[in-house]
Design a protein. Structure first.
Length: 257
């Protein structure tokens, strides 16, 4: 079944795999999946062009619905079919899409209780959905952490519209590349860069895409909350995609977002 979706989420999983999600015209949220191998970064491109990115409209071939609560949005797709329909939605259509998908609070997204011990999570097997949108009342901090083994941690602390505070991991692929590009290529002090972004997010219209991670070996009964997309109007990336922020590219400009 070939169907068009507007992409809202492009996130990092185990490198080089990614996760994508978006909305059909009827308002249904859909997460395309490729069995066994997952979606590699290669799938985002066609004819050497990046076609699958946030707010692009793409046509995919959906084979069968494979829901497993709370990940009820999962659809297996034909990995050989993808077609770009619209490169980027207009600012007006982006706003309408985000507002239409938004919930009043974090607790309203999943249709299940959010637990808070050793992080925020929903129990496996519970809930009506695993993806949603909130407009935060305040971004309190953006955090970058160096971890053992050369890995990096990207986190956000924010309040939703009910004044509930959350500290979540950020898996948004463009955001992570953007931060790494500033740190490695531009030699920005990370405290300065995250402070600049925090101010920008609070000054402008900001939406957070919230998703539930897959089960974790250490806690196999928990699906942890994470930020799968950060979208601002105007766009803090100024129209750029994650591919514009790699170490091999020359610096085009180094202006504050």
């Amino acid at each position: 079944m070939k169907q068009q979706i507007a992409i809202t989420d492009l996130t990092r999983m185990q490198e080089p795999t990614v996760c994508i999600a978006g909305y059909a015209r009827d308002g249904r949220c859909i997460r395309p999946v490729i069995p066994f191998q997952g979606i590699g970064e290669w799938f985002l491109h066609k004819d050497d062009r990046l076609i699958i990115r946030p707010f692009a409209v793409v046509e995919l071939d959906f084979v069968r619905h494979v829901p497993e609560a709370p990940h009820t949005e999962d659809w297996e797709i034909d990995r050989f079919h993808r077609r770009l329909v619209t490169a980027q939605l207009s600012e007006e259509k982006k706003l309408k899409l985000l507002e239409r998908s938004a919930s009043d609070s974090m607790s309203a997204i999943f249709g299940a209780e959010i637990h808070d011990d050793f992080g925020f999570y929903v129990r496996a097997g519970e809930g009506e959905r695993s993806l949603g949108t909130v407009r935060p009342a305040e971004i309190m901090a953006l955090v970058y952490e160096s971890k053992a083994g050369g890995k990096s941690g990207y986190r956000i602390v924010f309040k939703d519209q009910t004044a509930q505070t959350y500290r979540l991991a950020i898996t948004d692929l463009a955001y992570r590349h953007y931060l790494d590009y500033g740190r490695v290529k531009l030699s920005y002090p990370l405290d300065d860069l995250t402070s600049q972004l925090t101010r920008f997010f609070n000054r402008h219209t900001t939406f957070l895409r919230i998703g539930l991670a897959r089960l974790w070996e250490k806690y196999p009964d928990r699906c942890y909350l994470q930020v799968t997309g950060i979208h601002t109007l105007p766009d803090y990336l100024r129209g750029r995609a994650f591919t514009d922020f790699v170490a091999s590219r020359e610096v085009e400009d180094a202006q504050e977002p």
